[in-house]
Design a protein around this ligand. Structure first.
Ligand code: C2E
Ligand code: MG
Ligand code: MG
Ligand code: MG
Length: 283
């Protein structure tokens, strides 16, 4: 009977898997279509210095407006784009569009433009043999300064092994900066910090959420700022939603933060308006 049940369970599992694969294939085809149709857009979320809230950098985040399903979040479609390989052309489009946009803000606003632009790069992209060369070509085409590009990668993507580390090293040689994203949530060890050429740790929102009081998260957030300071890395606290969290982070030693408390992700037009308003104030 156990065997029967086991069989049944497998049948259900297989059916689900097939269904998932079918759904994946369907969405994968739609992603391809979306890239051709120009249905992806980019928004930019400021990273600010503490305590003044001044913009130091903008993180590029991709958005998909599906013709029938409406808005589909990157948490849903990026994993599918990774599995289907579409992340490679999509990622190239994201990088080139972000660099072109950042170069334009640089031209228009000069030193009033944020110093850096961040672009998320997935594990699949890091494993592409020609990835560093593609980044170099995209930088050259945009005329944007490599030192002002920050590539955000997760520790899990880097932990994958030698190829990813070699790619990161090649990027660093170009002058590009590396940030470890969602730090503390992956399955890596702190030893990664010795081998990974990262400049910045983005401390995950889950640690920021529980930062008030004597929570475990507060203890971890404190340890993380000590590690980053000791290793001469920069720490950015992610997902800061309240003034109280921002104050606590500052007290713990954090000097950079990102989150809805400071700004939601903004459209290019909104970024332009804010930069324009700041320029008018500065005159
Ligand atoms: P991430 O790189 O860690 O990006 C931060 C996410 O947290 C963004 O979600 C942002 O909108 C959200 N966020 C920022 N501040 C707050 C806050 O105060 N509260 C809350 N609740 N959320 C906040 P988003 O845009 O939905 O992106 C989700 C994830 O999808 C990203 O996490 C990243 O892993 C991936 N992703 C987004 N854009 C790209 C991209 O262009 N390429 C790749 N490969 N992955 C991307
Ligand atoms: Mg990121
Ligand atoms: Mg993050
Ligand atoms: Mg995240």
């Amino acid at each position: 009977a156990a065997k029967e049940r086991g069989k049944g369970r497998h049948a259900v599992y297989d059916a689900r898997l097939e269904q998932d694969q079918a759904a994946d294939a369907q969405l994968g085809a739609e992603l391809r279509q979306a890239l051709d149709n120009g249905d992806f857009t980019l928004v930019y979320q400021p990273i600010v210095s503490l305590p003044d809230g001044k913009w130091t950098s903008l993180e590029t985040l991709v958005r998909w407006q599906h013709p029938e399903r409406g808005f589909v979040g990157p948490d849903v479609f990026i994993p599918i784009a990774e599995r289907t390989g579409l992340i490679v052309p999509l990622g190239d489009w994201i990088l080139r569009t972000a660099l072109r946009q950042a170069a334009e803000w640089q031209d228009v606003f000069g030193s009033g433009a944020p110093a850096e632009i961040g672009v998320n790069v997935s594990a699949r992209q890091l494993r592409e043999p020609g990835f560093a060369a593609d980044v170099r070509a995209a930088l050259a085409d945009s005329g944007f300064d490599p030192e002002k590009l920050v590539v955000e990668v997760t520790e899990t993507a880097v932990f994958d092994g030698g190829v990813a580390l070699d790619t990161l090293q090649n990027l660093v040689t170009l002058g590009v900066k590396v940030a470890l994203d969602d730090f503390g949530t992956g399955h890596s060890s702190l030893g990664l910090l010795r081998t990974c050429p990262a400049d910045t740790l983005k401390v995950d929102k889950s640690f920021v959420d529980g930062i008030g009081g004597r929570s475990e998260e507060a203890v971890i957030a404190t340890a993380m700022i000590q590690i980053t300071n000791g290793l001469h890395l920069q720490a950015i606290a992610e997902g800061v939603e309240t003034a109280e969290q921002a104050e606590t982070l500052y007290r713990l030693g954090y000097r950079f933060a990102q989150g809805y408390h400071f700004s939601r992700p903004l459209t290019p037009a909104q970024v332009g308006e804010r930069l324009e308003a700041a320029r008018v104030l500065a005159v």
